[in-house]
Ligand binder design. Structure first.
Ligand code: FAD
Length: 444
């Protein structure tokens, strides 16, 4: 990359331009799942900086990766030889209307930062389950969090966003302004532009009740039957996620752990979950919302993770039979089942680009392989691990895709939603400048 071009970029922005000779490069070139070797990283502090970085990437034909929190499971928020746009300097959390609980959040904030900033005001935003996940990536893909059954996805609490488009314009998207764009960014990922900030409606809570319950894995089938039955009638304040784990270390055994969160004060609400099977450990307490968010798991550099996912109409007997027969073994994949329903279903599928709404659960199976394993073998292992569940699911959730190609991107949307996204993409990003995402090529 011509240093003079980078100097010109440096002079035109208020943020920093970091290259391999800078000490910050080593940290900034990494997403949590991939270490890249970009030609430069532009740390954007304003939407003008974002516009300048987009123009620079376009004029110099550089691959452009956009990074908020860096948690892309596909490693798309860094690259080799291209430009990385780091939005972490845009992390302010500002209450713009206390009465209506409207909060403006920079796309580069993490959900942990948001929870900490809103706690003193007795507010929270239904988001994800992990502190270090970024507001930008999670929101644009949908956002399934601890209050999802009561208050919907993160996007269901979104009322506007500011985006910088492929042509450098900075626009506000809402129901009134660029409504097509507003529809598309609620589930369509980073396809349409770079989100600089979002305006959410926060919910008033001081604390939640939650934590984890570990069951004796010998009762896997019965616990799943009881859990799925209970979640069908449970109060919407209760959200829970079941993990069926293999042996996670040399001396470990398979485990079955339920994480649950109840958005309210009723200490008895989680009692039925303690009756589902033999409980070997539990940690359920009243806590500030920020404390129910977890740290991202530490990933060894010697390991790569690939996963498949989809939505379940119901956690029915076929699903439970498949889980009991194939998972919870020493060497089986990690399986995560998130109970959905409630508020997600009350938004019509056609109202947002996130369209797989009429489902009771989301399921994901993740396979760990050595970092140096051959791609074809890893793919084969992942497909084999997913095979018992594949016929039982519909669609996929783009935010958790570890391997993104045209086919997996298409799985994330019903055909009519995909076609609408492709048309809107043709309006806002006809050259597909924003391609490092769950990519929807512009309609020709
Ligand atoms: C440990 C872990 C826990 C997770 N937990 C949850 C969860 O509870 N619920 C849930 O719904 N998801 C969850 N996810 C998935 C998560 O929502 C996605 O990985 C999301 O993309 C991460 O956002 P990020 O900003 O941290 O990632 P980044 O890697 O920074 O971004 C991911 C992609 O999003 C796009 N993007 C990011 N920011 C912008 C922006 N400002 N403008 C335009 N495009 C942008 C880019 O295409 C980028 O490649 C989790 C992921 C991990 C790794």
């Amino acid at each position: 990359m011509d240093p003079q071009l980078l100097d010109a970029l440096r002079e035109s922005i208020s943020g920093k331009v970091v290259t391999a000779t800078d000490s910050a490069y080593e940290t900034l070139r990494k997403g949590i799942y991939k270490t890249g070797s970009p030609a430069a990283i532009v740390q954007c502090a304003t939407d003008q900086d974002v516009g300048a970085a987009i123009r620079f990437a376009r004029d110099n034909k550089l691959t452009l990766s956009v990074r908020s929190g860096g948690h892309s499971p596909a490693g798309q928020s860094t690259n080799d030889g291209g430009l990385v746009m780091d939005l972490s300097p845009l992390h302010t959390v500002e209450i713009v209307n206390a009465q209506q609980r409207i909060v403006r959040i920079g796309a580069g904030a993490t959900w942990g930062q948001v929870a900490q900033a809103l706690a003193p005001h007795g507010l929270l935003i239904s988001s994800g389950d992990t502190k270090s996940v970024g507001v930008g990536g999670l929101t644009l893909g949908g956002g399934i969090g601890w209050l999802v059954r009561k208050h919907g996805l993160a996007i269901d609490n979104l009322q506007a966003a500011q985006l910088v488009l492929a042509d450098g314009r900075s626009v506000r998207a809402s129901q009134e302004e660029h409504p097509d764009l507003f529809w598309a960014i609620r589930g369509g990922g980073g396809n349409m532009g770079v989100a600089v900030w979002f305006e959410f409606v926060a919910q008033p809570y001081r604390s939640v009740i939650g934590g984890s319950i570990t069951y004796d894995i010998a009762g896997l089938q019965d616990v799943l039957i009881g859990w799925s039955k209970y979640m069908r009638t449970a109060p919407e304040e209760l959200t829970s996620t079941m993990l069926v784990l293999p042996a996670m270390g040399p001396n470990a055994t398979p485990q079955m752990v339920l994480h649950a969160c109840y958005a309210g004060d009723d200490e008895t609400a989680l009692q039925p979950l303690l009756q589902l099977g033999k409980v070997t450990a539990q940690e359920i307490t009243k806590k500030p919302y920020a404390d129910i968010l977890s740290e991202a798991p530490h990933l060894s550099p010697n390991v790569q993770i690939h996963s498949r996912n989809g939505f379940l109409k119901q956690i029915d007997e076929k699903v439970i039979a498949a889980l009991a027969a194939h998972y919870g073994r020493a060497d089986s994949p990690v399986v995560q089942i998130r109970a959905l329903g409630g508020a997600i279903k009350r938004v019509a599928a056609e109202d947002t680009a996130y369209a797989y709404r009429d489902y009771d659960a989301f399921i994901l199976a993740a396979v760990f392989s050595p970092a140096d394993a051959v791609k074809a073998q890893v793919q084969q292992k992942t497909e084999a691990a997913w095979q018992p569940l594949a016929p039982l699911v519909e669609g996929a959730y783009g935010n958790f895709l570890s391997d993104i190609d045209q086919a997996s991107a298409a799985e994330c949307y019903p055909p009519a939603t995909y076609a609408r996204l492709a048309s809107i993409k043709a309006t806002y990003d006809p050259e597909n400048i924003f391609s490092q995402n769950v990519n929807i090529p512009p309609k020709q």
